[in-house]
Structure formats: C-alpha cells, structure tokens
Design a protein around this ligand. Structure first.
Ligand code: GAP
Length: 518
C-alpha cells in the first residue's frame, strides 16, 4: 500500500477501532474538533506520559506545572497575541471558501518543485542519466530556477515579515493561483484574522470582561516563572514543563487531528543566562529529535526545517517535521524566545521578572528556549507511521490481509490481551487469574469472543503488542502461549514468568538505554 493512501485508512480505522470520534457526531459534528475514544485516550495518555518522563522525570532541573486555561486578559496583550496572533486570509468570491494565503502560496511552491522533479526525471530517462548523476542534478537545479519557486518563497516571506497584505495579494495574482473548489481567480483582498477564541468572564457581557481561551500553554509558564523559581529553589538554567489544552480559531482546519481548534500542547520553557541561548537551542534540538526517533519514528520521516519567518518573540526557530501521508509538516517547534515574554510581562504587570544569579553575581531576565509539540499531532504521526496492511497466514494454510498498528509497545493503547482458547473447561477462569495478576501494571484486555485467529487480528488492528493464549495445556502445566504482534511468533511461557517477562519488554528504561547505547 502506498503511504499516501494511509491517511484515508487511518481516518476510518480511528472510528472503527475506537481511537477517535468526531465531536458531537450525532449533531453532524463540530468542524476540527475531535473526541478521543477508549483506545485513543490510552494511546494519547501513553504519549503524554512518555513525554513527561523524558522531559521532567529524567531532568533534575525541569519541573512541572498545570496552569489554568483562562488567564488575565492582559497576559495576551503582553505576549503580543491580541495584536499579532493573526493569519492572512483570502476569500474566493465564487466558492465562498476562505484560505490561508501562506498555505496557498506554499502549495504553489511545492507543486512547482514537483513539476521540476518530474521534468528532470523525464529528461533523465531520455538521456540515460542516473538519478544521482551530476547531469541530473544540474538539470534539476537549472529547471527549478526557471520556475521561480525560490523567488516566490522569498517574496512571500518578505511580505509576511512586513505584514504587507497588498504584496501577498499581488503574489497570489502573479502566480495565477486559482481556488481549489471553484477553479476561479475571483479573490477578495487579503485580511488578517485573529486566531484567539474570546469569551466573557462573569454574567455581564461588555468589552472589559473579555477573556481568551489560551492559544498556547507557554504563557502560563512565563507568568509563573518567579513563583516556580522561588518555591522550588531552582537555579538558572532550569525548565518548566506543562501539558494542556490550547485553543485556536483556525480558519482553515483540515486534515483530521492535524489542525484542530481545541488541541493539546506539551511545552517546556528552559530558562538560561543571556548569551547562552544558542548553545541550549542546539542541545534541545538534538534531545527532541532523539525523543521522536526513540519512540519509533523513522529517521527518513523526521527532519528539521529552519524558520525563515520568525515569530514576533524569536531570535531562532526550527521545526521538527514529520512526513505525514500528505507531506512533510511541522510536528514540533523549537524556539529561542529571547527574553521577550518575561520582559513584556514585567512591563505590563509592573512586577520584576529578574533573577539573581549567585554564580554570576548579577541579576538578569533569563532567555528562553522553548520546545513545543502538539500531542494530537504526535498521535497522528505515530498512527500514520504504524499503520500497515500486510499478508498474514491463515490457519487453513492460505493468506489473508491483516491490518496492524506497529506502534512502539510503550505507545500501544492495550499492552496485553488475554485470550482463553475456548469459553469453557475452566479456561476463562485461568485467563481471569492471569488478568488479575497483570492488570495492576498494564492496560490489559480480556477477549473471549470469536475464533482465536479473528481475535489476533482484532488485537493487531489495535496495536496490542502481546497476546497471551490460555489453552488446555495451560490447565495441566501452567504454561501459556505468548504471541507477538509484529513477528506473529509464538512461544510458551510459565505463568509465573509472565510478570518478569513483561517488566523487561514493556520498560521505558530498557528502551531509553538501548536507544542511547546504539
Ligand atoms: N508556544 C509556541 C507555540 O505554540 P506553535 O508552533 O504555534 O508554537 C506548537 O505550536 C505545536 O503545537 C505545533 O508544532 C503543533 O504540533 C501544535 N499545534 C499548533 N497548532 C495546532 C492545531 N491547530 N492543531 C493541532 N496541533 C497544533
């Protein structure tokens, strides 16, 4: 199966196997809002717990926080979100559809680059060039430059940086971009839309009571910087980590849980002495990249992308991109946020944000390196990456298609399924006993219905890494069959050994050490 087909498969699998439902589905859903179903919630929590372990538990200089979603409205004035958290949008007058201008232009650039590759491939075939030959590369780069993709990208970045809406409109016209729905070039002017959701505090609705649902969790960390530093006696450099909901009124919310209006972020702000931010930026870039590989995202699907257009608070920024079935897209942002946020909060609140550094014997406002990953996006990355359809042998000696989620065992929602071969002869009772021993440490499931082969398939499709089958031999010698999801290998094991076995194969420390000793 081609990887580009995986996205559609994942969307239907998510509903069928209880990972994700559309929010308020009985009312036809709410656009770009989703609910996590029983398997999805387990998988999401596993990802969140692994992030927490990796970031907080393994770093003695990082502590956690759980700040409220609602914050004093001045927070968002100080952070720049009230004035600058905008996306440039354009409407097509015929289809009445609204688009993000930078997305339309990026799609155009991508198409141009693809066109160049196709053209070069055609020429390579005609002239007998190998795809890694200098002739091929020269042709490709020459042809790319004639297509002006680079020039459009530069113009777009300049216009975005200068907030120049007219220049963006001009670029849309120059590139002759048409609406993907109506196919026409009948565009409105480009306008800025603020992405924050607002609501009213208390019962009286007037402007002074307007508050916002936080568009990022980071500000809850900034405003608590000195509280945490003082109450936990932290010394710079140190970090504060948080997992929580964020809300953005995304105008173009597509692609399932990739871009949602209500989503979850896992963010860490690392406070460092001014002048050391470059070196910490590199350290966190590397650590965060390793986190993704450690949990099984393959090297060829994870890459860095340096930001050309910097957010209003950053002096350097890089994305960790993952290759989703619809292309390489941002999975995590790593930003060097300077002292912008703390300084702004100092100015707007009138409260000092400086830290006295006993080693340097001076006070300063720390600089901040931020790592920010969307939990839902991380979920989608692992979902797409692990989804497989492959031939598997049947009991009758033939083959059948099996759907399997080859998730990292620590991410899989259900770790172990206990399957009594028959629903009689004391097999369910023994299975129940095994369930009772293991349930304290793992998310585990009893499955008694249907033929054993069908039950294996059901567990494969949910990503369960281990099945334990209880049969008549189990009643005699207290051994059971362990069946592995990926290899479909089976072996017998004494019931007394199960606990130790799972402690060793479902262990964060083991995976962490194995990855770092490679
Ligand atoms: N505090 C920095 C910040 O919020 P961001 O790049 O806007 O930076 C960080 O967001 C991460 O949050 C993204 O890399 C992405 O994984 C996730 N994210 C952002 N908007 C999202 C949305 N609408 N739906 C799902 N995830 C989103």
């Amino acid at each position: 199966m081609d990887y580009s087909e995986v996205f559609g498969k994942v969307m239907s699998h998510a509903k069928e196997y209880g990972f994700i439902y559309q929010s308020s589905e009985i009312y036809d859903g709410l656009s770009a809002v989703y609910d996590y179903a029983p398997n999805g919630v387990l998988m999401k929590r596993n990802l969140a717990n692994l992030w927490w372990k990796f970031m907080v538990q393994l770093h003695e200089n990082i502590v956690g926080l759980d700040a409220a979603i609602l914050m004093h409205p001045t927070t968002w004035k100080a952070s720049g979100h009230v004035d600058a958290f905008n996306d440039p949008m354009i409407d097509n007058k015929d289809s009445k559809k609204r688009y993000r201008v930078d997305h339309l232009l990026e799609e155009y650039i991508e198409k141009q680059l693809l066109k160049a590759v196709k053209e070069a491939d055609k020429n390579a075939k005609k002239n007998g060039w190998a795809l890694d030959s200098p002739e091929y590369r020269n042709y490709l780069s020459k042809h790319r430059s004639t297509l002006k993709a680079k020039e459009v990208e530069q113009k777009m970045n300049a216009a975005l940086n200068a907030n120049d809406m007219n220049a963006l409109k001009q670029l849309i016209e120059e590139c002759e971009i048409v609406c993907p729905v109506s196919g026409t070039k009948n565009w409105t002017e480009v306008r800025q839309f603020n992405l924050m959701f607002s609501t009213q505090l208390g019962s009286v609705a007037d402007q002074s009571n307007t508050i916002y649902l936080r568009p990022e969790t980071a500000q809850g960390i900034f405003v608590n910087f000195l509280n945490v530093q003082k109450t936990n006696r932290m010394k710079v450099p140190f970090g504060i980590a948080q997992i929580g909901k964020a809300f953005r009124n995304e105008i173009v919310a597509r692609q399932f849980i990739f871009r949602m209006r209500e989503f979850e972020q896992m963010e860490m702000q690392f406070f460092v002495p001014p002048g050391t931010q470059k070196e910490w930026f590199e350290i966190w870039k590397q650590k965060r990249y390793e986190f993704h590989l450690m949990l099984g995202l393959p090297e060829n699907r994870v890459r860095f992308k340096v930001h050309e257009k910097l957010a209003h608070y950053a002096d350097a920024a890089v994305d960790i991109e993952f290759e989703f079935p619809f292309g390489f897209k941002e999975l995590e942002g790593i930003h060097s946020r300077t002292d912008f946020d703390l300084k702004q909060h100092q100015e707007y609140s009138g409260k000092k944000m400086a830290y006295f550094d006993p080693e340097r014997n001076e006070s300063y406002i720390p600089y901040v390196i931020e790592t920010s990953v969307g939990l839902d996006r991380l979920f989608l990355a692992h979902y797409c990456n692990s989804y497989c359809e492959e031939d598997a042998p049947t009991a009758e000696g033939g083959t059948e298609l099996r759907t399997v989620l080859k998730l990292h065992p620590l991410i899989a929602p259900i770790k172990i399924a206990v399957l009594p071969l028959l629903k009689k002869d004391g097999l369910p009772e023994l299975a129940e006993k095994i369930f009772d021993v293991l349930k304290w440490d793992y998310d585990i499931q009893m499955d008694e219905k249907d033929a054993i082969g069908r039950r294996y398939r059901r567990q494969d499709a949910k990503g369960t890494p281990y099945c334990i089958t209880v049969d008549h031999q189990s009643l005699q010698d207290f051994t059971v069959t362990i069946r592995e999801r990926d290899t479909m290998q089976q072996y017998r094991m004494h019931i007394d050994e199960l606990d130790n076995f799972f402690q060793s194969v479902l262990n964060f420390k083991t995976y962490y050490k194995a990855f770092h000793e490679k």
